[in-house]
Design a protein around this ligand. Sequence first.
Ligand code: ADP
Length: 392
Amino acid sequence: MEIVAQIRNRLADVPDPELGISVVELGMIDEVSVDDAGDVVVRVALTTAGCPLRAQLTRDVREAARGVAGVRSVRVTFGEMDAAARRTALERARRAAQERQAVTTVAPSVPVLAIASGKGGVGKSTVAANLAVALARLGHVVGVLDADVWGFSLARLLGVEGPVEAVAGRMRPVRRPVGPGELRVLAMGLLAQEERALAWRGLVVQKAVAQFLEDADWSGIDYLVVDTPPGTGDVPMTLARLLPRLGVVLVTTPSRAATGVAARTADFARGHHLRLLGVVENMAPATSASGEEFAPFGRDGGRELAESLGVELLASIPLDHALAQAGDEGRPLALEGDGGAFGALARRLRDDVAPPAGQAGCSARLLDALARAVAGDGAPGAFPGELRGQSS
Ligand code: ADP
């Protein structure tokens, strides 16, 4: 197959960061050209110019095109769709929204941060809990879902207690104000029959996770942080099927044993068209009060993994006894000071890697208005003109 066709093939797997639908399907790939030296130019047409998610789109498109043999460099340029192309794109987005709206109560534009690891014990739940707190401290309403149904430690780490109430026939995640924001937590540990969950397998687990998304009230959240079971299983697939803006944050220690299995999880994620947002290295070297360095898990493994995967190292969190102790006490360390490494991670996600819908401001808000209208509870006035098929 010629290079351009191969690149187009790979771009078919790149979702628009907001709509979660293939950029090819949305008609966003205007032109792909390659010269004799293998230097590629991909022209992307945005639904709205001035979209702050350009950086991510550039990364994703570049990464996809780079994987094709014979490609030396990839340049991504941007233009804006004309009215007709935009109508077609939004019509496709609308159809996808209709299909999805029926199943979950998570608005399609809500960024979902799936915290994943290759194996247990690397601090995945600790990262999920502290990241959720740090995002809430930025003023966001953060949904927290413990999909690690066997490990379920999230509620305890956050110091949140049940019971989960049902309101109007839906489970209501347990609310906890954090600074200017709020956590809304749903976790196996908050439900009555948690012992039973330990015996669950395969399909039942998938169903439980699907129910957490379908039968709980997630309206009004800005982010959803999901603690996923370690390894490559069906749960991430269930999540990805139900949540268009799912992105994977890969947690690993610097040790080769951990980065090796984390790389397999990354391969699995990519193989299933899940978006990899970056790597968080946990249990990185720490320095004692006397200035001595302590590195039981080695060093730099997170950075090396991120480089080999072509994604960013989002944070490196040192070994810190206080972090473990705070978790045991149900008072996440990210509540202290400026949130430390977790505060920085939350700001990085908000500002660059996974901005909330309101901030993203291109197609996501249109899509939300549309999803509400489809669900029948949106004010008709909020329905954007283009979506009704008028030319602009
Ligand atoms: P996982 O979800 O990957 O199984 P946990 O978040 O439960 O891992 O963490 C495993 C253990 O390691 C917990 O006791 C936790 O408090 C501790 N821990 C996690 N991160 C750190 C860290 N950076 N420094 C010290 N202890 C940590």
